[in-house]
Design a protein around this ligand. Structure first.
Ligand SMILES: Cc1cc2nc3c(=O)[nH]c(=O)nc-3n(C[C@H](O)[C@H](O)[C@H](O)COP(=O)(O)OP(=O)(O)OC[C@H]3O[C@@H](n4cnc5c(N)ncnc54)[C@H](O)[C@@H]3O)c2cc1C
Length: 455
């Protein structure tokens, strides 16, 4: 059947920017092949569940292949946990199907509404990066539709360069049709967790260093606080619970209920209510709600891993102008301090701010995670003052030898990207070899000088 391309406006999770494109929603892998050959000379890009924040999944006036209906589970080996799935299968679908059988995805981000194709495209990391690395560490084979129209099976032995360029390749090497990922054995849906109130950044680093025995760690950080309390927050650490553990409420439930209450009452067009004063009030209440010291609990995996999934469309909290996330990793602790100082002095504040120390696993190319501390902060789109502040943060990140997460980015400049990702040329050489006419493009790729005009 001929591909039906429908005009639409697409956006990422941050709702900034938005671009018009022509989309098709293939039902079968064969339809994706047809879509590629019926693109009428336009560039093509895969779009999973649109949970990347900026323009990684957008292509202005291009042809976008929506993958959600490519959601078949193809093969599973219960002895080893290896699962072969189509690329539009979401982590939620995997969890719903396999948790009752004692398996869980090896790496999950802060939402379960991402596809496995998107997870590989951004080479996502989770709270267990310091132990288990990224999504790409658990994928052994990819079936990729490349620019020539061929389907290439690539892995660590067959076409390894293409495999690694696709891990974190942000959709620019081709359309992932299916992949094989190894699920992890778990005994229950519960998580044994501890919340530790930390009074400043030094305490965060001390508790983080003390938490090597925990497979999962992350900390909420109060980015408004200055001086001796800068970097205070709630450090959360946990691991999958043994069988028959009863679960209760999670400290992260407070975030979700706050967001839900605001969504229920506020004017969805404006972002003015989300200012430093309101965030300061929320931060104070959230910090005080958690008892001082260490609190142990057993919680269900949903509030632990995906606290905001309980709130539909929480990205609409930020009004019609959308929001931008700034997530970076820096190897030096002093750079974290400098970054928090710039933010707390800026008059702009982030309601959702998390900090975590990554492990050593670094896949090069366009992959984000590398050794150091990552901070992720959401800011309402205040326009130029926000963009100026982010430029200042970029300079600190570059001076420290760090980088910004492309899956969350909407505005990084080409020059600064090149300083943050020194392997970009090597990655591009592999990409260009497989797609010399730049059939696969994205707005992110155009902005960063990674793809040229389509032929
Ligand atoms: C609340 C929230 C929390 C998050 N937490 C984290 C986190 O902790 N860690 C983390 O790493 N990320 C996190 N993210 C980001 C998210 O995990 C990634 O952006 C992920 O890639 C989104 O998957 P998706 O299916 O929505 O992909 P999309 O956003 O649709 O696409 C992302 C990229 O992958 C490409 N892509 C998608 N499908 C395919 C395919 N079939 N073939 C080739 N390329 C493809 C796209 O072209 C695009 O470049 C979070 C996002 C949200 C909204």
């Amino acid at each position: 059947m001929k591909t039906q391309w429908a005009p639409t406006k697409l956006e990422g999770w941050g709702r900034y920017p938005r671009h018009s494109a022509w989309v098709a929603r293939p039902e079968r892998m064969k339809d994706v092949e047809n879509a590629l050959s019926e693109r009428d000379g336009h560039p093509v890009l895969a779009y999973g569940l649109g949970r990347s924040y900026g323009d990684a999944a957008l292509i202005k006036d291009g042809r976008v292949v929506l993958t959600q209906r490519l959601n078949r589970m193809l093969d599973f080996d219960p002895e080893t946990g290896w699962l072969r799935v189509e690329s539009g299968v979401s982590l939620k679908e995997i969890i719903d199907t396999f948790l009752p059988r004692g398996f869980f995805p090896p790496v999950v981000p802060g939402t379960q509404f991402v596809t496995v194709g998107g997870a590989l495209g951004c080479n996502i990391h989770g709270k267990n990066h310091h132990v288990d690395g990224c999504w790409g560490d658990h994928v052994r084979r990819v079936e990729l539709l490349v620019a020539s129209g061929d389907i290439v099976i690539c892995d660590r032995e067959r076409e390894p360069e293409l495999f690694w360029a696709t891990v974190g390749g942000m959709g620019m090497t081709g359309v992932i049709l299916s992949l094989e990922v190894k699920l992890e054995r778990v005994e229950s849906p519960g998580i044994l967790m501890e919340s530790v109130r930390v009074n400043n950044l030094d305490e965060f680093f001390e508790v983080s260093a003390d938490s090597a025995d925990f497979t999962h760690t992350v900390s909420w950080v109060d980015c408004v606080k200055q001086g001796a309390s800068m970097g205070r927050g709630i450090f959360m650490r946990g691991r999958h619970a043994p069988a028959d553990v009863q679960t209760g409420a999670s400290p992260l439930d407070a975030l979700a209920s706050f967001a839900q209450r605001i969504l229920n009452v506020r004017d969805l067009e404006s972002n003015l209510w989300l200012n430093k004063a309101t965030i300061k009030l929320f931060n104070e209440a959230y910090f005080r709600k958690t008892p001082a010291g260490t609190t142990s609990s057993s919680v269900h995996y949903v509030p632990f891993f995906f606290p905001l999934d309980a709130v539909d469309n929480w990205n609409y909290l930020y009004g019609s102008r959308g929001f931008l996330q700034y997530q970076m990793v820096v190897p030096e602790k002093d750079a974290v301090r400098e970054i928090l100082e710039v933010i707390s002095n800026s008059g702009m504040a982030s309601f959702l701010a998390v900090i975590k120390e990554f492990g050593d696993r670094d896949h090069g190319g366009l992959s984000f995670p590398s050794r150091g501390t990552t901070l992720a902060l959401d800011f309402p789109n205040f326009g130029t003052p926000l963009l100026d502040m982010m430029e200042r943060l970029d300079d600190i990140v570059i001076a420290s030898g760090g980088r910004v997460y492309l899956g969350k980015d909407a505005r990084l400049s080409k020059a600064k990207f090149r300083q943050m990702y020194p392997e970009w040329e090597k990655w591009k050489a592999v990409r260009d070899e497989w797609d010399p006419n730049y059939i696969f493009q994205s707005e992110l790729g155009r902005r960063l000088g990674l793809v040229g005009g389509a032929k």
